[in-house]
Design a protein around this ligand. Structure first.
Ligand SMILES: Nc1ncnc2c1ncn2[C@@H]1O[C@H](COP(=O)(O)OP(=O)(O)OP(=O)(O)O)[C@@H](O)[C@H]1O
Length: 233
């Protein structure tokens, strides 16, 4: 299993007591599968991704990324695991204003201690995969919101992660462009073999996923078991 959360409970301080953000959550995502998790505001979606991204350690339960249990790892080892094995797509892509689309991706290689210049062919290949081959040298101000989000998705794949985590990547887009971004995530998940988790408040996006779950008050419930995703025509 490329991503496995088992019995994960996460609490936050809340006045004199604790607020349970995740309540014994288990989630297993194999390589090449997209799991979508829908839930209303405050249900625990961001907390779920933060734990899966190894940014927050759970109070109890275990997280394994690419088959590696994270519990015994130190800060440096966790940071290396995140750089190499986890890609994150944010609500807003937060692109750097002065860099072109290709350079946004090449920066990822630099952060991993590799040459940005040598990473350019891979950056161009990924921009092609997200439908932006012709826009590689555009800066963010000259890209639409949907195009910027596609750059964010390509950037998340730059280091060839085993796990791809997408935090409401459609929230700043209209319905049509949002659906296109989810379809793109589903296709890239199959093509690149990532274990992908998409969290969303929009239940309509569940249909595009291989497996669907719902989260409420920190409790995760499957709404549809794993099935083969519909193939795009
Ligand atoms: N750092 C924190 N300290 C205390 N409570 C927190 C903290 N972060 C989140 N919470 C609480 O934990 C619960 C789950 O929050 P979380 O951000 O995971 O929900 P969400 O589903 O992502 O919400 P949204 O869709 O609004 O982003 C909420 O009740 C929230 O108020």
């Amino acid at each position: 299993m490329s991503l496995a959360l088992t019995g994960v409970t996460l609490t936050y301080p809340d006045g004199a007591g604790r607020l349970t953000a995740l309540d014994r959550v288990s989630l297993a995502v194999p390589a090449g599968h997209l799991t979508a998790v829908a839930g209303p505001s405050g249900s625990g979606k961001s907390s779920l991704l933060a734990v899966a991204a190894t940014l927050v350690a759970p109070d109890s339960g275990t997280v394994a990324v690419g088959g590696v249990p994270t519990a015994g790892l130190g800060r440096g080892e966790l940071a290396a695991l995140r750089r190499r094995s986890i890609g994150i797509v944010f609500q807003q892509p937060n692109l750097l204003a002065s860099l072109t689309a290709a350079e946004q991706l090449q920066v990822m290689a630099r952060l991993d201690g590799r040459s940005p210049a040598r990473a350019r062919p891979r950056a161009l290949e990924l921009l092609d995969a997200v439908g932006l081959a012709d826009l590689a040298d555009r800066r963010p101000h000259a890209l639409s919101g949907g195009q910027r989000q596609r750059v964010g998705i390509a950037r998340a794949l730059m280091n060839g992660p085993a796990v791809l985590l997408a935090d409401e990547p459609t929230s700043a887009l209209d319905r049509e462009r949002g659906a296109a971004v989810v379809a793109l995530l589903a296709r890239l998940t199959r093509e690149r073999g990532t274990a992908t988790v998409l969290v969303t408040h929009d239940r309509d996006h569940l249909d595009a996923a291989d497996a669907a779950a719902e989260i409420r008050d920190g409790v995760l419930r499957p709404v549809r078991a794993t099935r083969a995703a519909p193939r795009s025509p």
